[in-house]
Design a protein around this ligand. Sequence first.
Ligand SMILES: Cc1ncc(COP(=O)(O)O)c(C=O)c1O
Length: 446
Amino acid sequence: MENDLSLRTEGDINFSPARKSWYASLDHETLQSLESDSESFLHQSLSTPCLNSIVSCNGIWITDQRGRKYMDFHGNSVHQIGYGHPKVIARVKEALDVLPFSPRRYTNPYAIQLSHQLLSLLPPALGKVLFCPGGTSAIGMALKLARRITGRYQVVSFRDSFHGASLDAIAAGGEAQFKLHMGPVGAGNITLPQPCQDSRSAESDAALLEATLEKNPHIGAMVAETIRNTDVRIPGRDYWKAVREICDRHKVLLILDEIPTAFGRTGTLFAFEHFDIVPDILCLGKGLGAGAFPLAAMVCRREFDVAQDISLGHYTHEKSPVGCAAASAMLDVLEEEHLLQKAKDHESFLRVQLQHMKDAYRIISAVRGIGMLWGIELSGRDRAHSCEVAEQVMYACLERGLSFKVSQGNVIQWCPPLIIRREELNDALHILQQSLEEVVGTADFS
Ligand SMILES: Cc1ncc(COP(=O)(O)O)c(C=O)c1O
């Protein structure tokens, strides 16, 4: 099933010949760990069998049980400030010592501080927040709140979008792999093609949304990633401005999913800042927990605080002192270490370097990026060839100490920690270049 190219969306595959060769390079003890993992954990697509077994992570690095180190350019998008930042670890340890848990119905200083700190960084209109343990749950709360506010139950989203793995999130998203064997999941939700990056298409993409809303009066919300994380798609400013205006006119709530892309990933604290719009509801997660704790948030307009009669989240860990301590430290680190500026500086550097690489290697058909989020698309003879090469390049990079994920089968996705040093970025570029050279050279595939 994983060999079905149409289902290769979120990540690389686990049963290919390239994966088999990778296993052959691992030592006996690591293979035993993988076997032991596979024995007890339920197998699921994209996660099992595992790639390797890691024993520590620090800064931009993960270390496997053989002691090999890899720059982590994937990190499931949680590691904006890298792993094990001393400030995060100190605050988490303090919270663990003092208040490891806060039962629901009680508040605590860690949660109060984080709520105020986070809201102070957002536009004043976004004045209320709920925390929860994961991004999927933040999306679930947003969907419930939108129904409560609008009285309408359908949503419009982008085809092949991912907003989490739970049934409510897959109903709002479009990824085929997550819906397989699930039966009916939607409430008649509607998906639209992903908007084009090309600003000339903004008008027609927006017109399609408008026509869809006109035809479907039960749509109460639009759910979308502001910038698509997985294969890095960046719609134009005109598009988002038009969407905001259309949603307002149709009284449809705009729910932006910035679970992987907030907190400096795109060079601004929040991705919507690039487009001069403000969502009605914003979903955050991943990096919020500082690469240490599962924490997500749903932020919404202050006037949406009208759902006291229902439970939007009711999560056991809804005000985790440990998670909130980690998140608060992460926000401090972003500011103190000027990481937004650093991400912008790295962006300019990567744009030039990756364009050079595109010019040198015919297999690279597109390079897209913003801040510290980059997609390097490979196009070979045909789709199968493109996917095969992307995978081989990924393993060749792994062998050289660089870890990243492949999206859509043929897009190398780079999501490096913002704390990375320029020399390390250079090393990563060098590894990519060596690996491309090894796998394809500059061969012409036309
Ligand atoms: C865009 C997007 N939304 C939602 C989620 C779900 O977040 P979580 O895995 O924390 O539930 C993800 C996770 O990869 C994501 O990339």
